[in-house]
Ligand binder design. Structure first.
Ligand code: SF4
Length: 391
């Protein structure tokens, strides 16, 4: 057990607060628990995709050879207790990454556009936050328009954060404005461009108990903005195949493609949300009985980038300082990673193996349901036993 976990102030929107009263699954994601004090010092040292930020252009991060992230604000309308921003440092008990005081200056957007014009190999930009919606419609559309003006960009994703926070900001005019920036060019399909939105929905209650969310999504679907969902795998909340099957079926019916299932990252004060990587694989195997478009990509976010696992992945483990790490070969060439690094070294948990990066990823635990108190019973250094389906 490490030092006391960073306190994360509760922040809710009126809509999220109402939903938390109706749904224990939503409440567990947004309201604090005593278990946040079970902090493992190692969790706060893990920085996924560390060192990718371009110190010359605020908000600009070259994630991979062909992909860039443009962070436009650090504000989020409410706080998820498992937010990865908890690792970003803190001020007055309030993690800086969720402080909500920073917005990208116009000069940085212009610089980002210049960088993209000089890097034609970049095809995809994700406009991220916090929540870009909080910039306001006009400003957000202005940023996406500026990015769409770069001819070589084919895909722009606006990471719209969680619709349960501010569904009222998902306006028809914003949807129409984003859709208008897509372009199909039948004569030159290489010049076509798609503007899409990604959303973050973790549990069926976020749709079944929230008609405003369903309406918000529908406004985007009707306007022609493709929607992709990212779900965080959360122990005791959605780490059961039945829950995720229901969620994915609901998402598809409401016009959203279940795209990513993300293993909850090592985050200080949020260890109780983390199940094992193996459990995610076992759930994935159960999900294979669903139709293809209801099956998400299961990914683990390492310091080198996203690593996708499949239902037949055989995990390898390594002990580091008494903790169990999963050894994950990544598809990322070391040379290409270092090209976009601010420093000239690989992150501490990454190694070069035959020109590709192999990452070490802190595993979670699976035996203690969320909401109970007491020490975590992580079976450190022993391989976890598979758990199939619902418990
Ligand atoms: S929506 Fe995303 S960025 Fe915002 S608090 Fe939740 S996890 Fe963090």
């Amino acid at each position: 057990m490490g030092p006391e976990a960073a306190h994360l102030r509760v922040r809710l929107t009126p809509h999220a607060a109402r939903l938390a009263k109706r749904s224990s699954a939503v409440a567990a994601q947004l309201l604090p628990s005593d278990r946040e004090q079970e902090s493992d010092a190692f969790e706060s040292t893990v920085q996924p995709c560390a060192g990718k930020a371009d110190s010359m252009v605020p908000g600009f991060e070259r994630l991979y050879e062909d992909r860039v992230l443009l962070r436009v604000t650090d504000a989020c309308a409410a706080h998820c207790r498992f937010c990865f921003e908890r690792n970003e440092g803190e001020e007055n008990g309030f993690p800086l990454g969720l402080h909500g005081t920073w917005e990208i200056p116009a000069s940085a957007v212009a610089q980002a556009v210049e960088r993209l014009r000089a890097a034609p190999e970049v095809r995809s930009v994700t406009v991220s936050g916090g929540s870009p919606l909080l910039l306001g419609e006009e400003r957000l559309l202005g940023i996406v328009r500026a990015l769409a003006d770069v001819d070589t960009i084919r895909q722009i994703y606006v990471a719209m954060s969680r619709p349960i926070f501010t569904p009222e900001l998902w306006t028809s005019s914003l949807a129409r404005g984003l859709a208008a920036l897509s372009r199909s060019d039948p004569s030159h399909p290489r010049d076509s461009r798609r503007v899409a939105a990604s959303v973050h929905i973790n549990h069926p209650d976020e749709l079944t108990e929230a008609p405003e969310v369903v309406e918000a999504l529908d406004r985007f679907v009707r306007a022609g903005v493709p929607l992709y969902n990212q779900t965080t795998l959360l122990r005791g909340i959605n780490d059961e195949a039945d829950v995720l099957e229901d969620l994915h079926s609901l998402l598809v019916a409401n016009g959203v493609l279940p795209y990513y299932l993300v293993h909850c990252m090592p985050i200080r004060g949020a260890g109780h949300f983390r199940t094992t990587v193996q459990r995610g694989i076992d759930i994935l195997r159960c999900l294979e009985r669903s139709s293809g478009h209801e099956r998400p990509h299961y990914i683990v976010v390492t310091e080198a980038g996203k690593v996708q696992l499949c239902s037949t992945s055989a995990l390898r483990y390594e002990a580091i300082e008494g903790r169990r790490f999963v050894v994950l070969p990544t598809p990322y060439p070391t040379a290409s990673f270092l090209r976009y690094e601010v420093t000239d070294r690989l992150p501490p948990l990454c190694r070069d193996e035959c020109g590709l990066i192999t990452a070490r990823y802190l595993d979670g635990a699976q035996d203690v349901p969320v909401g109970t108190t007491g020490a975590m019973s992580s079976p450190i250094l022993s391989a976890p036993s598979p758990v199939m389906g619902s418990q």
